[in-house]
Design a protein around this ligand. Structure first.
Ligand SMILES: Cc1cc2nc3c(=O)[nH]c(=O)nc-3n(C[C@H](O)[C@H](O)[C@H](O)COP(=O)(O)O)c2cc1C
Length: 386
């Protein structure tokens, strides 16, 4: 597959881009199309969480527990609305980043190439998982410098160093270590579907996250390794999977550039807190000494504004990215970013805001949840597509 992808397959034509934009006026339609198109077992793999799926539900619940406080008569000419933010010194047209997603050839034959290209063209960023196609060498050619390598540890220090050197060589902006996967969780949907027996996710002979080979290196990976890598390489380090103030503080002490608040979209430890619930304590612990990113349940413009209001610089998309890719391929990824930009712009206008620096805690008020939280509860009209 890497070889096939290394010949830089063409991107979508303008006709295809227009066609996708006509087909999907809303993200709801993209999710519905992904559900229609994907094999039910693949759908479950993407949409599901671990064990009881409490963490997954709490990600959504944490978002629903805040309401927005609109201000009016603020002179919010649409052309003057600035939705941009930045991370690692890179300007982001909207504060939305594609989170690392493994095994993306299950969603689109070009794997992560669609997200990488769409993010570069639009003006945001992609984290590419070390367990997806294509290789970073291929992805970097399409990324316009807007790429971060997310690495699962499957070898010793020499193995890790060789990977970091490769990331440096191809121009990745940072290296991201995902640290919430010391055990591969029990994802009951996949087990009930016998998903891994029938559909191996490991492609091209590379070691997937669910492969046992080399897992002991991930299990033993610790803060001393972070310290070693930080000292040895001139490449910003991102730790993904921080879920407590205690670990955020240790990350800062280790000179981490970005503290990435995440619980893997509820796919790892079950009965954890929602990420937005954890964000304020992390922000306090980091105390301005690192940038903060978050993911977990974010699918709407209003969700993104809530994260910013509580101190995040940018928001990662996992499941929504996967669904848009399955629904519309590379053109779908571009459309997803445009739809979110439109949501954010309109939400800002309706809140009386013209720049994201105006978004702070004062725009939020505690609220009662209005619906039962699930991975799909932010898409209340999905039932029409059954
Ligand atoms: C299908 C799928 C595969 C994923 N693979 C990875 C991965 O390879 N590496 C990683 O760090 N996180 C991975 N994640 C987690 C995402 O990066 C992200 O933390 C999570 O999906 C965010 O929650 P959300 O799906 O509610 O947006 C994956 C998520 C999904 C849905």
């Amino acid at each position: 597959m890497s070889e096939r992808l290394s010949n830089r397959p063409p991107g979508p034509t303008q006709e295809q881009i227009d066609e996708i934009a006509r087909r999907f006026l809303t993200t709801t339609e993209m999710v519905a199309e992904a559900r229609r198109k994907l094999h039910p077992h693949s759908w479950d793999f993407v949409a599901g969480g671990s064990e009881t799926e409490a963490t997954l539900a709490r990600n959504r619940l944490a978002l629903d527990l805040w309401a927005l406080r609109p201000r009016v008569l603020c002179d919010v000419l649409q052309e003057s609305i600035d939705t941009s933010s930045s991370l690692l010194g890179i300007k982001l047209r909207i504060p939305v980043i594609f989170a690392p997603v493994g095994g993306m050839t299950m969603l689109d034959p070009k794997g992560a190439l669609g997200p990488v290209r769409a993010a570069a063209q639009f003006g945001t960023m992609t984290f590419i998982s070390s367990v997806t196609e294509p290789d970073i060498d291929v992805a970097a050619l399409e990324a316009d410098g807007r790429l971060v390598l997310q690495l699962y540890i499957r070898g010793d220090a020499d193995w890790v160093d060789a990977y970091v050197e490769r990331a440096l060589k191809v121009g990745c902006r940072a290296i991201c270590f995902t640290v919430d996967t010391d055990a591969y969780s029990r994802r009951e949907r996949n087990q009930l579907n016998r998903f891994f027996q029938q559909t191996p996710l490991v492609t091209g002979g590379r070691t997937g996250v669910m492969s046992a080979a080399g897992r002991e290196h991930q299990e033993r990976f610790n803060w001393k390794d972070i310290e070693r890598i930080r000292k040895k390489f001139d490449l910003p380090v991102i730790i993904k999977g921080i879920a407590t103030a205690e670990d955020a503080k240790i990350a800062v002490e280790h000179g981490v550039a970005v503290v990435y608040v995440s619980n893997h979209g509820g796919r790892q430890l079950d009965h954890g807190q929602g990420t937005l619930e954890v964000l304020p304590e992390v922000v306090a612990a980091v105390n301005g000494q690192a940038e903060i990113m978050i993911d977990g349940g974010f699918v709407r413009g209003t969700d993104i504004l809530k994260a910013l209001a509580l101190g995040a610089k940018a928001v990662g998309l996992g499941k929504l990215q996967a669904w848009a890719l399955a629904a519309g391929g590379e053109a779908g990824m571009g459309l997803l970013l445009h739809l979110l930009e439109e949501e954010i712009t309109k939400d800002m206008m309706l809140m009386g805001l013209t720049k994201l620096t105006q978004v702070d805690r004062s725009v939020l008020a505690p609220a009662q949840p209005h619906t039962w939280p699930t991975a799909l509860s932010a898409f209340p009209h999905l039932d029409r597509f059954r």
